[in-house]
Design a protein around this ligand. Structure first.
Ligand code: UGA
Ligand code: MN
Length: 256
């Protein structure tokens, strides 16, 4: 089955670097359809051009986060959930597009939400390819821990190894699960709730789709870390600003 990867992305200094790294990982994955959703009122030339040159099968969408839900300069990053409207727009497109294909709602495929800054091993895509309903696996470097993971006993997920609010319905990072396309199509209202309290975004989507005992553990019964919640440092522009004030700033025509 094909893997539909939904990636929210927004303009910032490291965006092209992140998307370059991600696209070059995806080039190694057979049958991957990349759904890139820009957090922007329009499609930007930077992302448009990168996708055209990527060599990937892709769909380019955009959906701005409404102002009252967008992080403002100086807000701590955890204050508001990020990428919500974009993932929902990706789901909307997928449902509409797949319905129009032969086979309608009965289609093979897997849906995965891949943030633009994480690090993905190629093996995680082969693990998720056999997803029947919802598959799960560990995520490295997340939640203030070396890893978080579902705990598997007798082939079933019985609880979660997480340091924070283990009582959440699904204490799993966005990078730690995939959903079958059939389940997404069979539940047309399942989406991410932008009003979800901190840490409950993943649960807001999953709770309408599965129960804990239906989760399908991957990555050797959730014993292997194959995806990492890496975060890229914001580059400092101190010299850039000093140079600019002397009239020697970098050429704005050079895309970074
Ligand atoms: C953690 C989770 O790993 C995310 O999946 C979850 O969306 C987020 O928390 C949350 O609580 O909302 P974190 O690394 O803190 O992730 O978030 P980011 O990587 O900064 O953002 C997640 C995605 O949304 C990225 O693909 C990013 O490009 C996108 N994003 C971020 C936007 O589209 N717009 C923004 O204003 C910010
Ligand atoms: Mn991130």
């Amino acid at each position: 089955p094909a893997i539909f990867v939904i990636t929210p992305t927004y303009a910032r200094l490291v965006q092209k670097a992140e998307l370059t790294r991600l696209s070059q990982t995806f080039l190694h994955v057979p049958q991957l359809h990349w759904i890139v959703v820009e957090d922007s009122p329009h499609k930007t030339p930077l992302v448009t051009d990168l996708l055209v040159k990527s060599g990937l099968t892709y769909t380019h969408l955009h959906m701005p986060t409404t102002k009252d839900h967008k992080l403002q300069e100086g807000d701590p990053s955890w204050l508001k959930p990020r990428g919500v409207e974009q993932r929902n727009e990706g789901l909307r497109w997928l449902r509409e597009d797949r319905r129009a294909q032969p086979g309608g709602d009965n289609q093979q495929g897997v849906v995965y939400f891949a943030d633009d800054d994480n690090t993905y091993s190629l093996q995680i895509f082969e693990e998720m390819r056999s997803t029947q309903r919802v598959s799960v696996w560990p995520v490295g470097l997340v939640g203030g821990m070396k890893y978080e993971r579902p705990v598997v006993e007798g082939g079933k997920v019985v609880r979660f190894h997480t340091g924070w609010r283990p009582t959440r319905p699904f204490p799993i990072d966005m990078a730690g699960f995939a959903v079958s396309l059939k389940l997404v199509l069979a539940n047309p209202d399942a989406c991410f709730d932008r009003e979800a309290p901190i840490g409950f975004l993943e649960s807001s989507f999953l709770k309408g789709l599965v129960t804990m005992d239906e989760l399908e553990p991957k990555a050797d019964n959730c014993s292997k870390v194959l995806v990492w919640h890496t975060r890229t440092e914001k580059p400092k522009m101190k010299q850039e600003e000093a140079m600019r004030s002397q009239g020697l700033g970098s050429d704005p025509a050079v895309e970074v």
